[in-house]
Design a protein around this ligand. Structure first.
Ligand code: PLP
Length: 398
């Protein structure tokens, strides 16, 4: 009889989005005339930049002609894309070699696949509230998880302490769901801690493009010492609208070694065994993101999301509600008024003002009493939602 990975039996039901969907469908069944304003989605809404679309079309044409047709691509990424990504790092003063860049099908895929590098009895540190996939991927792998609770007291930016000794440390900055961002000094403390404990940091930079304040590094490799302890996982999903197109990249320094093994070489071995690379067409489209035109266009899209965040933050400020994130992240993490839990606040917003967000409880136990709003919605919907939210919250104070 086939023996299965029984770690799957330890997974908790991912009830968050299911539960949200159920509450929405019973509400809309009873109130079909009401339009819901969805401020809960983590998916982008702006279309791909024109430069990317043109590059994708050209790449399709390449595949149609004998002279330019491409078969399998190198598993770790096509040289032209690895080169422009390395140059992108260089433009920010960070030295990354081409062979340290691995083109991927997105951050989610990588965050799961990279666990292949670590032993089955590994311990991982996950700062919570957290992107739920971190916990689930490690439960599947049978790893021991240390849950490090973040809170308003540490501005949702927990710092290393005795309890943090782990083989793998997840850092997500800017954070999903809290929008909190580590400063250079704070990240330096984590890098020093990881080097001192022989840990490896998995640095999830999916939202780095939303950083606008110089105090916050876009890349962990801006921090001295990161080259010997960190892997950086990046994505074009939120940066360039690639959630449905799928492309990301991962940086594993040549200098990252543990147990006498080189993690870059291990990952080359992993990719050349387990993948046949990312499609040529998508890699051409991705390269266009790093052209001056592509960069200008993605900045325009991000400006739209930033303005959405500003609109929501102004409403919360007017209502005197405490929140985190929003300025350097597309997420706003607010404290539910009157000590409400996230689900009660969810129901209140759905029934009273037809606004949908995400209860903090979905991101770990310490998310209780918080609520996530996102800046990815349509600008008109966002303005409407912010107006309704402000009115409701101000009314609750009276
Ligand atoms: N990491 C974080 C923190 C995310 O919030 C998300 C998606 O929402 C991802 C990774 C996944 O990104 P990708 O679309 O590249 O798989």
């Amino acid at each position: 009889m086939a023996k299965l990975n029984m770690n799957y039996a330890c997974l908790r039901d991912s009830y968050l989005f299911h539960n949200i969907a159920q509450r929405i469908s019973s509400y809309t069944a009873a109130h079909p005339e009401q339009k819901l304003l969805r401020m809960g989605i983590g998916d982008v809404t702006r279309p791909l930049p024109g430069a990317v679309v043109r590059a994708l079309h050209e790449a399709v044409e390449d595949q149609a002609k004998q002279e330019t047709f491409r078969g399998y691509c190198p598993e770790c990424g096509l040289p032209f894309l690895r080169e422009v990504i390395a140059a992108h790092y260089a433009s920010r003063g960070v030295t990354v070699m081409q062979d340290e860049v691995f083109v991927s099908s997105g951050a989610s895929d990588e965050l799961g696949d990279l666990l292949d590098l670590f032993a089955q009895d590994s311990t991982v540190l996950i700062m919570e509230p957290a992107y739920p996939a971190y916990v689930d991927a490690n439960v599947m792998a049978g790893h021991r998880i240390i849950h490090l609770a973040a809170s308003a007291e540490n501005e949702f930016l927990p710092m290393p302490g005795e309890e943090c000794g782990a083989d793998v440390i997840y850092i997500c900055s800017p954070n999903n769901p809290t929008g909190a961002v580590f400063t250079r000094q704070q990240l330096k403390a984590w890098v020093d801690f990881a080097n001192a404990h022989d840990s490896v940091i998995l640095f999830d930079a999916a939202y780095e493009a939303f950083i606008r304040d110089d105090r916050f590094p876009h890349s962990i490799f801006e921090i001295e010492g990161a080259g010997t302890c960190a892997i950086e996982i990046c994505s074009l999903s939120k940066t360039a609208g690639f959630t449905g197109t799928r492309l990301g990249y991962t940086v594993i320094p040549q200098t990252l070694e543990r147990c006498g093994m080189n993690l870059n070489a291990m990952w080359v071995r992993n990719r050349t065994t387990k993948t046949n690379g990312v499609s040529y067409i998508l890699q051409k489209g991705a390269a266009a993101v790093f052209t001056p035109e592509g960069q200008r266009e993605i900045a325009e899209n991000i400006a739209v999301y930033r303005e959405n965040a500003a609109v929501l933050m102004r409403a919360l400020d007017a209502a005197g509600v405490r929140y985190f994130g929003g300025r350097n992240a597309p997420y706003i993490w607010l404290a539910c008024p009157g000590g409400m839990d996230g689900w009660s606040f969810f129901d209140l917003l759905l029934h009273e003002i037809q606004v949908v967000g995400t209860p903090g409880e979905g991101f770990g136990a310490c998310g209780r009493g918080y609520f996530r709003l996102t800046a990815f919605a349509d600008p008109e919907d966002t303005k409407e939602a912010a107006g309704r939210l402000e009115k409701l919250l101000c009314g609750m104070k009276e």
